[in-house]
Write a protein that binds this ligand. Structure first.
Ligand code: ACO
Length: 333
């Protein structure tokens, strides 16, 4: 099923990010768990990650949102919709998006949070695009903000070396120019959900005591890493192939592959699969680790800052992770 029945396109007019200052290096992790810089770099490509150190999820999101709105030259009051993707909200209610709606003075905006884990940015962009093409919104702010340090178990070497904190944001606007989001493809594989689990409320009380007390490690991320890794080997190419074909494009037409930064080996797998020049696959996992849904807009913000993004270029962005969820979008700048 494809799209483009509408003559309205969702164009990117602003990109922003916020990265906490504190750097958690591999050598510091060597002091916490039985690991080594060599293992982490070889198996993941990560050298350091940023940690929020007391900053709330909404505070990082607000800073990224303000940067994106400033880049767009758009006041908060012009926003029609604020979408926040996060797996680490500060509260179940109010949603992070509602906190931002207030702080940004977005008095005309609807606001909601969306949880598609590491695919959150591509899912939120798909929702933004749907609102814009349906004529229900002109300006939509997508903010992906993650404080994974809050759900990371720093005694578990199989996960604590992977995750970091940060936020990225993008402003989409309705445009009649044939650019912006050209196609999207979203999917989920809920049968594999337990392979990446972080608890919220226990779904079942203890059958004997009726107790719903949450164990202290219930909120920590637990991951069957090799199962998720195997899943990405088919899910990522599936999402890219389908988004490309829906846009009527081929891999050779793409200027930039901006993928969720989960593991350098996954980025290399995609580079090999499509026979790409490695320069076309943006990498910052070495400096930021896996920031879940924030990783794609963080890449975009950094690429913009470095002057790598040019009008007319085409990007494919692919997210994958908890849920399990996966998806891709094709964007023309
Ligand atoms: N340091 C040293 N050794 C370690 C570490 C560590 N930090 N972590 C695991 N090991 C050991 C294991 O104990 C195991 O030892 P054993 O063979 O004696 O049992 C060995 O290394 C190999 O473990 P694997 O889990 O098979 O390691 P693998 O090469 O698969 O790498 C990793 C693990 C990095 C987690 C990888 O599986 C991965 O990247 N998976 C995908 C992650 C992903 O895409 N997640 C999606 C997004 S996350 C989100 O949505 C929030």
């Amino acid at each position: 099923m494809d799209r483009r029945s509408s003559k309205i396109f969702s164009k990117i007019i602003g990109i922003g990010s916020y990265m906490p200052e504190f750097r958690l290096t591999n050598s510091r992790l060597e002091e916490l768990v039985d690991t080594s810089d060599e293992w982490i770099v070889k198996r993941t490509g990560i050298r350091e990650r940023r940690i929020a150190m007391g900053k709330a999820t909404w505070e990082m999101g607000l800073a990224a949102a303000q940067a994106a709105l400033a880049d767009a030259g758009l006041p908060g009051e012009d926003l029609d919709l604020i979408l926040v993707s996060t797996v680490t909200p500060d509260s179940l209610t109010p949603a992070v998006s509602c906190v931002l709606q207030d702080k940004l003075g977005a008095s005309h905006a609807a606001a909601l949070d969306l949880n598609a884990a590491c695919s959150g940015f591509v899912y939120a962009s798909d929702v933004a695009d749907s609102y814009i093409r349906a004529g229900k919104a002109k300006h939509v702010l997508v903010v992906s903000t993650e404080r994974l340090s809050g759900i990371t178990d720093y005694t578990d070497r199989s996960t604590c070396v992977l995750f970091g904190d940060g936020a990225g944001a993008v402003v989409y606007t309705a445009s009649e120019e044939p650019c912006g989001i050209l196609s999207t493809y979203m999917r989920a594989e809920g049968s594999l959900g337990q392979s990446l689990f972080a608890g919220a409320l226990p779904s079942e009380p203890d059958p004997l005591t009726g107790d719903r007390t949450i164990p202290s490690n219930y909120r920590f991320l637990k991951m069957a890493g090799s199962d998720v890794f195997r899943f990405t080997a088919t899910a990522v190419p599936e999402s890219i192939d389908n988004a490309l074909s829906r846009a009527g494009l081929e891999a050779g037409d793409i200027d930039w592959f901006v993928l969720h930064q989960a593991n350098l080996r996954i980025l290399k797998m995609v580079t090999d699969r499509y026979g790409l020049d490695p320069e076309k696959v943006y990498v910052n996992i070495d400096r930021f680790g896996n920031t879940s849904s924030a990783s794609i807009p963080l890449c975009l913000a950094e690429m913009k800052e470095k002057g790598l993004l040019k009008p007319g270029q085409t990007i494919v962005a692919s997210g994958f992770g908890g849920g399990l969820t996966y998806g891709a979008i094709v964007i023309k700048l």
